[in-house]
Design a protein around this ligand. Structure first.
Ligand code: HEC
Ligand code: HEC
Length: 316
């Protein structure tokens, strides 16, 4: 607005073409900058929604933002997240946007290495191209860190990266997120937040012996979650899931970490709430709740051993 009125006034005063052009190029520059600033701030929001912060920051040992080094214990060994700041030597400063999109959606590094699925590219392959661009724009603005990457401590044969290639052939199908016209916009937004960005299934779905999620039991909980912890059933099954929670019970948990009985959510979900869901808008938190409440209820208890005996899911 301001730019166009300035240009118009100046044109009326019959300034030379050169000056008018100079004003136009300044305006074009300013608007490009505004849109890239918007991209960066959307990217910061998405980074939280997608939980990158909690995995790629070693808060426990005073690590800086996205400098990596956080240990992730799994049945296959311990993984250490890499530095994803734009440092050219220690981070991903030498990458271009295409490299980033390939890593996020195909699980392949610029030198052709196949990533371990502990980096949830299985879910992130469903992130839209626009959102990936915004994430990339934000990553370029994070202060650089010179923290070197730590080698994973993974058991044979999983220590061979080629095994990831075989794993991907068997279990990885990149997802394209589609809007379902039979559902509301809120449901569709919730589906995108839960399945692609929030990768909730990574922890809440049981896995097979090779670590692939069992889609038949999606969100039904598991006794063998990250760090060997139990992860509850979040399908709307009344007895073993969250079927008796109201929509506001769910949004309240995502905002504050409080469960309906007044207790506080613990273990890795506390990190998810602190670094991810509590940063979301109320609309996005409600969209997640709407989507969760629409899931098919699956009877599977992971709460107590007694209840687990009644379970109809063989977790491992
Ligand atoms: C559950 C933990 C986890 C989450 C969440 C996660 N990552 Fe990662 N990420 C990893 C691990 C572990 C690796 C290393 C994989 C390997 O070595 O095969 C990795 C690798 C990467 C790489 C490749 C770095 C390199 O040097 O090759 C990039 C880029 C990356 N992650 C970006 C992201 C972004 C962006 C997000 C959020 C949208 C994210 N990650 C969320 C665990 C995670
Ligand atoms: C890193 C693993 C992890 C991820 C990712 C994760 N969760 Fe959780 N979640 C857990 C664990 C572990 C618990 C149980 C915490 C406890 O024992 O207090 C939990 C608990 C919950 C509960 C409470 C259920 C109950 O019966 O108490 C809800 C609801 C929930 N998660 C929803 C989500 C949603 C929605 C997402 C995605 C935005 C998500 N979780 C992502 C690990 C995870």
């Amino acid at each position: 607005m301001l730019c166009s009125s300035v240009a118009f006034r100046d044109a009326r005063r019959t300034l030379t073409t050169t000056v008018t052009l100079a004003i136009f190029s300044f305006c074009a520059f300013a608007s490009e900058n505004t849109s890239s600033a918007e991209r960066v701030s959307r990217g910061a929001y998405l980074l939280h929604a997608a939980g990158c912060v909690a995995c790629h920051t070693d808060y426990e040992h005073g690590g800086t933002l996205l400098a990596g080094g956080r240990a992730l214990k799994t049945p296959f060994g311990t993984f250490y997240t890499p530095n994803i700041t734009a440092d050219p030597k220690y981070g991903i400063g030498n990458w271009n946007k295409h490299d980033f999109i390939t890593a996020m959606t195909r699980g392949v590094s610029p030198d052709g290495t196949h990533y371990y699925p502990v980096f949830p590219y299985t879910a992130y392959s469903g992130i839209t191209a626009d959102d990936l661009s915004d994430l990339w724009a934000y990553l370029r603005t994070v202060p650089l860190s010179r923290a070197p990457n730590r080698k994973h401590d993974v058991k044979f044969p999983f220590s061979i990266r080629l095994a990831n290639w075989a794993w991907k052939l068997m279990f990885f199908r990149p997802v394209t997120h589609r809007t379902e016209s039979t559902h509301s916009p809120e449901w569709n937004r919730g589906s995108y937040l839960v399945t692609a960005l929030g990768h909730c299934s990574e922890c809440h779905t049981p896995r097979n012996l090779l670590g692939a999620t069992k889609s038949k039991y999606a969100y039904a909980g598991t006794k063998q979650g990250p760090d060997g912890e139990k992860v509850p059933n979040i399908t709307p099954d009344r007895e073993t899931g969250i079927g008796d929670w109201s929509q506001s019970d769910i949004t309240w948990l995502l905002q504050t970490g409080f469960l309906p009985d007044g207790d506080v959510v613990g273990s890795s979900m506390a990190d998810v709430v602190e670094h991810s869901t509590s940063h979301l808008t109320v609309d996005d938190q409600s969209a997640i709740a709407i989507y969760l409440q629409s899931l098919i209820p699956i009877h599977n208890s992971v709460q107590t051993n007694k209840e687990a005996e009644q379970s109809d899911v063989d977790n491992w």
